[in-house]
Design a protein around this ligand. Structure first.
Ligand SMILES: [Fe+2]
Ligand SMILES: [Fe+2]
Length: 296
């Protein structure tokens, strides 16, 4: 029996957006100047990173086998932002394996990308290389993709030709009877009616769609980036075999989610073609107590 045979339950945690309001002037160059102005004006009103402690405590009570993070742990990829978030996560990481992919805010500046700040900060929590394919269990694979690139003006993501080619080759070799869990910051598809602007989407979503369509198997596509939790199955098109799950932001406070947008519990069945257990854990609007919303 492989050591992974008992691995069944995932928790999915989305955009945290840790931030620092006080930043050394030498760091306030280029896009970070815009990002910090945004924080001063708006985001500090929206993101409450202290909510992460409650999320992790509740997640641990569910006895998951792995926590997966869809990125945007930070707001402007400052080392101090990574340090703050990791300090919060650390006590939980000792009790629960974790795997994270970067979001565009974790590669906010070209310097942060050159310095591999995400990879070095999340040592042990992030894959060393992308694409990263691993066996989750005897019945499921996990594929982690890097879709985050620094960008002076827009928030577009990109997986890139080489990573897509490599992904396709890995999936060619993967056993066809296993299910696939994809972890990627950007969505490859959004629900009907949901706007996805040019400036915020994955630039090569069509190419990624093509790769997934060439490797049809029961697939879950886990992503973040749009701060709004959802799950849906397309009823037409090339991705009908894919369940799309948007993590939402557990630290984002707004009238629709005054205590944050919660997190997901994902129970993977032994038969990948069987129904996946999906539960959205979200704080009650009034009391803040956890409510488990079971999704079909
Ligand atoms: Fe985000
Ligand atoms: Fe993002």
């Amino acid at each position: 029996m492989s050591p992974y045979d008992l691995l069944m339950r995932l928790v999915l945690i989305g955009d945290i957006h840790g931030y620092r309001l006080s930043v050394p002037p030498r760091e306030l160059l280029g896009k970070r100047l815009i990002g910090q102005a945004n924080l001063w004006l708006m985001r500090r009103m929206q993101f409450n990173t202290t909510l992460l402690d409650r999320v992790m405590t509740r997640a641990l009570e569910l006895l998951p086998d792995l926590a997966v993070w869809t990125g945007d742990l930070t707001s402007t990829a400052l080392q101090s932002e990574f340090d703050d978030i990791l300090e919060r996560i650390e006590p939980f990481a000792r009790r629960l394996p974790m795997l994270a992919v970067p979001g565009n805010h974790d590669r906010y500046t070209f310097a942060s990308m050159r310095q591999h700040r995400f990879e070095s900060s999340l040592n042990g929590m992030a894959p060393r290389t992308f694409p990263h394919l691993r066996e989750l269990s005897a019945h499921w694979y996990l594929l982690a993709l890097d879709s985050a690139v620094p960008n002076m003006v827009s928030s577009r993501g990109r997986i890139g030709h080489d990573q897509l080619e490599h992904t396709s080759a890995l999936l060619d070799q993967a056993k066809g009877d296993k299910g696939l869990v994809v972890l990627c910051h950007y969505p490859v598809a959004v629900p009907k009616g949901q706007p996805m602007t040019w400036a915020h989407r994955l630039a090569d979503f069509r190419q990624l769609t093509g790769v997934l369509a060439q490797h049809v198997r029961p697939t879950l596509f886990l992503h973040g980036h749009i701060h709004q939790p959802w799950s849906f199955h397309p009823d037409r098109g090339p991705l009908m075999h894919v369940t799309h799950i948007n993590a939402g932001s557990p630290t984002m406070v707004k009238p629709s989610h005054p205590h944050g947008q919660g997190f997901w519990q994902i129970d993977l069945p032994d038969d990948p073609a069987a129904t996946v257990g999906l539960v959205h854990h979200v704080p009650d609007d009034h009391t803040g107590e956890w409510v488990a919303q079971h999704v079909q």
